[in-house]
Design a protein around this ligand. Sequence first.
Ligand SMILES: [Ca+2]
Length: 389
Amino acid sequence: MIRNRISVWLKSSQFTHTFSPDSRGELTQTGPLSLHISTGAEAYQERKKMIASKLPLLMLILSGVSGLLRTHAIPRLEERNVALGAEAVQSSTGYGGLARYAVDGSLETNYHLKKCTHTAQQDNPWWRVDLNRTYNISRIVITNRGDCCVERISGAQIRVGQSLRNNGNSNKKVAVIETILSGHSQSYQVQNAVGSYVNIFLPGVEKILTLCEVQVFVALTDAHKASLLPEEAGLRNLAIKGRATQSSLNGSGMWAGIGVAGNAIDGNRNSALAKGSCTQTANESSPWWRVNLHLKYSISAVALTNRGDCCSDGLDGAEIRIGNSIENEGKDNPICDTVSSIPAGQTVYYNCSSLLEGSYVTVVLPREGTLSLCEVEVFGYSRIYAITE
Ligand SMILES: [Ca+2]
């Protein structure tokens, strides 16, 4: 586990502040402020009293220090429903009860008002929401139907995780619904529920699954940060001072030779190859592009800007890999994320599933094709603040 310590020395006393990265790599205070006295025993009590009286001031100083390190020191307790309006699917649909009705923000429980889901009668029906990024979920609230059939929800399992194996129904079981009163909402506190998928899975023969609302809550510190761009969180683009290279340079056609590797770290997101700010390899097997950051960093996010003048599906399936090795051109380094698709000319931010340490960021297209990138931005922390213990 990566932990970070900030120590402030005041005279002969040392204060330690402990931080840990969350799922997105943001640093959050996880340990209490601890106080270590290294003075002689006779002065101990007196100094302890004096220092204790200055603790509020020290907390202020420490929060200032952590601000400089772009950390968020004190988590707040508010929460946000990250399922609201997210993409939802279910095993089947019956009686017009669409999957998205469980994330429409309505707690209406009369089925006939089109605010609740409904599967067909089937074995093992399920419903799933895609939160679109990984969250550490604190609480899930399920709202049961109110106009009939109160017992149908009983036995449903709440599952959270990252996998779509078995449609996500094999992810970690974080709660089981015993009963929910007719038209009521039941809250389930969950622990170690980390993932981007939440499934409601109802095992059994000839079952019907109806959900009037599923609310998935995360602490506001996480949710708030999810809406922040790395720049807004104060992270620098580390790539801009790096050195870029790629598997080959396109040498044919009208723009032969124009797409050099450095164009992806020139600080310009212009998405037309002709403007001289995008890269382009030859058409080959597993083309790659790589930036050497010169130092080891703890990297939390990478932003890719796609071509806007053509071939916008060219990055589909590309892998972002981060590590310290250039063996196999860095293509075997740990994966930060995989591109599903990027709209033409757009920039998409990829949050690594965990804070990854490395001095090389490689983008590889694991198939035959041309790799063309208009900008690659790498966001992270200087390694000095991330000590692996
Ligand atoms: Ca560029």
